[in-house]
Design a binder for this molecule. Structure first.
Ligand SMILES: [Zn+2]
Length: 157
């Protein structure tokens, strides 16, 4: 993906989501954008979107407040991965290895751009399963990934 553009908004939170689409169904960023616009929204609700193959796509312009977490949109960046439920629409962490890798790399880049930001899951702020994993688990994964990468300049806290 292209180098990340720093938002003109003050960013204090990075919030993780899933698209709640069935495991294996590949919804492109344009498909989700079209769906959100059909709801009457100005654009896709998330700022970044990770497709099944790990492609990181730009969603809503980072300078514009997203629509993904009630009460937390103004000062956050919303990231969504494609998936998050099984074939019966039950919550399931369906991230592919490529999506995990892309998510760690994206969050790490964002923490360098916004060193004061903290990472969260949607399920911390709403009675929802989204993104079908817990923040403690994600932080553990990210730490492991960073250690494997011997990444010392990151701002992860
Ligand atoms: Zn969500």
């Amino acid at each position: 993906m292209k180098a990340l553009v720093k938002s003109t908004r003050k960013i204090t939170e990075i919030i993780l989501h899933c698209s709640a689409s069935r495991e294996g169904d590949n919804w492109s960023v344009e498909g989700v954008r079209k769906y959100h616009k059909s709801l009457g929204w100005v654009d896709i609700g998330y700022n970044y979107y990770i497709e099944l193959d790990g492609s990181v796509k730009e969603g809503r312009n980072v300078n514009i407040t997203g629509a993904h977490t009630v009460g937390h949109n103004a000062n956050s960046i919303g990231i969504c991965y494609c998936g998050g439920v099984d074939r019966n629409l039950k919550p399931k962490d369906t991230r592919t290895d490529a999506q995990k890798e892309a998510l760690y790399a994206l969050v790490n880049e964002l923490l360098i751009l916004y060193p004061q930001a903290t990472i969260h899951c949607h399920n911390e702020y709403a009675n929802k399963a989204c993104p079908s994993f817990k923040i403690d688990q994600f932080k553990k994964e990210l730490k492991q990934w960073l250690e494997q990468k011997h990444e010392h300049k990151c701002n992860y806290k």
